[in-house]
Design a binder for this molecule. Sequence first.
Ligand SMILES: NC(=O)C1=CN([C@@H]2O[C@H](COP(=O)(O)OP(=O)(O)OC[C@H]3O[C@@H](n4cnc5c(N)ncnc54)[C@H](OP(=O)(O)O)[C@@H]3O)[C@@H](O)[C@H]2O)C=CC1
Ligand SMILES: O=C1O[C@H](COP(=O)(O)O)[C@@H](O)[C@H](O)[C@H]1O
Length: 507
Amino acid sequence: MSSSNPLRDASDRRLPRIAGPSGLVIFGVTGDLSRKKLMPAVYDLANRGLLPPGFSLVGFARRDWEDQDFCQVVHDAVKENARTPFREEVWQQLSQGFRFVPGTFDDDEAFRKLKSTINELDKARGTGGNFAFYLSVPPKFFPTVVRQLKEHGLSEGEGDSWRRAVIEKPFGHDLKSAQELNSVIHQVFRPADVFRIDHYLGKETVQNILALRFANTMFEPIWNRSYVDHVQITMAEDIGIGGRAGYYDGIGAARDVIQNHLLQLLALTAMEEPSSFDAKALVTEKLKVLKAVQLPGDLGRHTVRGQYTHGWQGGEEVLGYCEEEGISSDSRTDTYAAIKLSVDNRRWAGVPFYLRTGKRLGRRVTEIAVVFQRAPYSPFDTTDTQELGQNALVVRVQPDEGVTIRFGSKVPGTSMEIRDVTMDFAYGESFTTSSPEAYERLLLDVLLGDANLFPRHQEVEESWRILDPVEEYWDTHGKPEEYTAGTWGPRAADEMLARDGRSWRRP
Ligand SMILES: NC(=O)C1=CN([C@@H]2O[C@H](COP(=O)(O)OP(=O)(O)OC[C@H]3O[C@@H](n4cnc5c(N)ncnc54)[C@H](OP(=O)(O)O)[C@@H]3O)[C@@H](O)[C@H]2O)C=CC1
Ligand SMILES: O=C1O[C@H](COP(=O)(O)O)[C@@H](O)[C@H](O)[C@H]1O
């Protein structure tokens, strides 16, 4: 590793791969995602020494900014949200490659300027003409931007240089639109150059599901219908929609995260062991599971959607969804969704998978709880086992990353009283290195052309196949049930599980 390159730091061995000459164009650079995640991730990658010295970043947005205004915006975003400490020498080298192109997505002149900017950067910084275009924009603009890239000769590099498209989620709003979008994108980019982002796959704890299951011997023998009672996958957020009304309204919780993040978590939890960890082997196994997923017959009893109303959170008064800026008072968008699914194969037949997500819930927590059946026979007095629940293995995806195993243990004393206890693995205690942010990992993978952690279009389409009937059912059956902000969602969600003799975990 060259000591003359301030962008490199040999101390970080967790992400040893370094991107070759390249640059990144972010469309929608003024948005929430860009500010909170993408710009800080670029800086963190540079700080860890994983970007090439001439790395370049082009922001595209409808602002009347000069390059130095853009630099200031990135600077502020980095200071606020980067994970690694601010180092002046890294910043100086990185920011020399920052350019800004003002314009809207239908502005041909702006795309011509983008092309000349990329050519200029190639000469000035040695990007090799290799550029990734990150579409961090409202999904309805994905086709327009992709077409503009083709129209202006940006989608293909010269010689052996590469051009890649990074598409945010949700990819379409149903199966049909996802297929249409796919066809537009594939008319422009080769399949290997399309990176559909699902940032949950970039999370360390999500990748660890595969390590937990397939690097160990003790879990796999009980990871099936003979031992598992049910699986609960929860993605709870305490935040509301922030300033994202334009994106969120009409999309709702199920399209926003069940179609992608939660179904990916389900696929990783339920899939068979892949023959290797390359993209093809992983997608083969994930796809088999997604194809086996079925909805219950009666969607009225086995799905629930909700919408938060005014309430209190962390001691602060918060608005109801329909009172948020940009949301109409009669919006029927779901901010909470819960769905029961089955995985109809030999391993999982009869084991329900319950998925739930919501905004303005009691706490921010994402977890996968594999809940085991009760022992078939108990030699203990029932009074002694009143506080013994079901064994469970909980993958704590965030924020308190780790794994918990819950089991019964004898309470010290002269009687045989048995109670639930937990055994915990916490990342913070077992490892001294902190996890890279998901977007950091994924951006690096894009620059390296490594598609392992990106869903393929077949997975995306299979996920829409699962969700479409639910959305159609909801469209024609009333409106979401209200829940007070700061609680754990609508009452109907508790009733849904109670009918099955189960209850949601209170993480
Ligand atoms: N925010 C998040 O936490 C996450 C977001 N995503 C995905 O990322 C994408 C972007 O989301 P997010 O950043 O939250 O959205 P925002 O609404 O915050 O940002 C959207 C961006 O697109 C620009 N834009 C919108 N309309 C136009 C237009 N007509 N012409 C030019 N620019 C336009 C906006 O520019 P302007 O400032 O001028 O309006 C802004 O830069 C979405 O696909 C979302 O699903 C995925 C995971 C997490
Ligand atoms: O994709 C999305 O994810 C975020 C939550 O991401 P996390 O990494 O903090 O769990 C969510 O807030 C947003 O609505 C959704 O689009």
